[in-house]
Design a protein around this ligand. Structure first.
Ligand code: SF4
Length: 383
């Protein structure tokens, strides 16, 4: 892990005066050169609030803003919306925006704050989470941190993984998931954990990573980071998401399955989730302006689905999901795959049944747990 390179990614660190006493602010003031730090009373670039231009969006990735979060941290996964099959997942957002740059990134339709924001009050998030212990008792709960910010790409700066791992250590029925496209794991490998911290990678065919996932770790770097986690007793998982159609997609995804199944066993990971390219129609313009037309994503023919997102035609999604499932099952029938952010119709067309009916996935999709949690939590924004 090269902390210096990560520090050099940023032009400036703005620290809200209200965050000055936080351990995050103190750490960043120690790590960054003093000329990069500015203490502010208001969010920087506030004249850009609202719809960001391409230049403002790009600038937002280069500047950090440390501030306390005033709302509720803990939210239900967007897959909980009507019309999508939900896997009983909850999100804890400790930041907003990402230092990497994927062409299809949904943050392009979502971010309206002009600076990469990290909340300095993780302790408040953990208190909120602690309050669920009373209502849920020993019920299982899955929590992920990688929705509006990558779980680990900034972790060498924040070290939030340490607080989160420690918090989950005495909650063995709960699962914490770090989801990342980085290879930044060294900083928490030595942390004592209860075996309930899943480190997961959004992973893709090599050509898709090279062409569409700018600034992310290579496939090899992600796989070897996953091996390090596995060797330190952390369960690992992969999200093959978004599958992107391109000329050699079958070759690319076959190679990916080969690499995963040669280096990992089904028992190493509770599941592999799979999703196909999707995005909000309003982000297409920004994607094309930022990445041009020489991209598998910006050139793709997409159709509006009932949830309003643009997706490949259902026949293509079905073909891709079936292809991937066959490839994994050929390696071992024990691999557990589920479709992420997909409609029940696609589950039926691609797998022959709804997720709740699949024995190997029933704990992920148990409708009784989903209903119980639905009462106390609201869906988050998107993914
Ligand atoms: S890693 Fe995730 S959050 Fe970051 S740019 Fe890529 S898709 Fe967006």
């Amino acid at each position: 892990m090269n902390l210096t390179l990560l520090i050099q990614t940023f032009d400036k660190v703005f620290i809200d005066r209200l965050s000055l006493g936080s351990s995050l602010a103190k750490r960043l003031m120690f790590l960054f050169p003093s000329e990069s730090i500015e203490v502010v009373d208001n969010r920087p670039f506030s004249d850009s609030d609202g719809h960001l231009t391409v230049e403002e969006f790009d600038r937002s990735k280069k500047n950090l803003f440390i501030t306390p979060f005033k709302g509720k941290f803990f939210k239900r996964c967007p897959g909980a919306r009507p019309g999508l099959a939900c896997c009983n997942y909850f999100v804890l957002n400790w930041g907003l925006q990402c230092d990497m740059n994927c062409s299809y990134c949904y943050l392009q339709s979502f971010i309206n704050t002009p600076v990469l924001t990290i909340y300095s009050n993780l302790d408040k998030a953990l208190s909120e989470l602690q309050s669920f212990t009373q209502s849920l008792g020993n019920q299982p709960l899955r929590v992920g941190t990688g929705e509006t910010v990558d779980s680990l790409s900034l972790d060498p700066l924040t070290l939030y993984s340490h607080d989160l791992i420690e918090f989950f250590r005495d909650k063995p029925n709960w699962t914490l998931e770090f989801k990342t496209k980085s290879d930044k794991v060294e900083q928490f490998l030595d942390c004592e954990h209860a075996g309930n911290v899943v480190v997961s990678w959004s992973i893709n065919a090599c050509d898709v990573i090279k062409k569409e996932e700018h600034g992310t770790a290579s496939l090899e770097a992600r796989l070897s980071a996953a091996e390090k986690c596995k060797n330190n007793g952390f369960p690992v998982a992969f999200h093959i998401d978004p599958m992107v159609w391109h000329e050699n997609w079958k070759q690319g995804y076959s190679n990916l399955v080969k690499q995963i199944t040669e280096r990992f066993c089904p028992k190493d990971m509770p599941y592999i989730s799979v999703g196909a390219l999707r995005f909000q129609p309003e982000q297409r313009h920004m994607m094309r302006e930022r990445f041009g037309m020489n991209s598998f994503v910006t050139r793709a023919e997409m159709f509006k689905s009932p949830d309003g997102k643009l997706r490949y035609h259902q026949d293509i999604r079905k073909e891709m999901f079936e292809f991937l499932t066959r490839a994994f099952k050929a390696a071992s029938p024990d691999w557990r795959l589920f479709l992420c952010m997909e409609t029940p119709e696609t589950w039926l067309a691609s797998t022959g049944s709804l997720p709740q009916k699949k024995q190997e996935l029933e704990t992920l999709f148990d409708p009784r747990l989903i209903k119980k949690h639905q009462k106390s939590l609201k869906p988050s924004t998107d993914a």
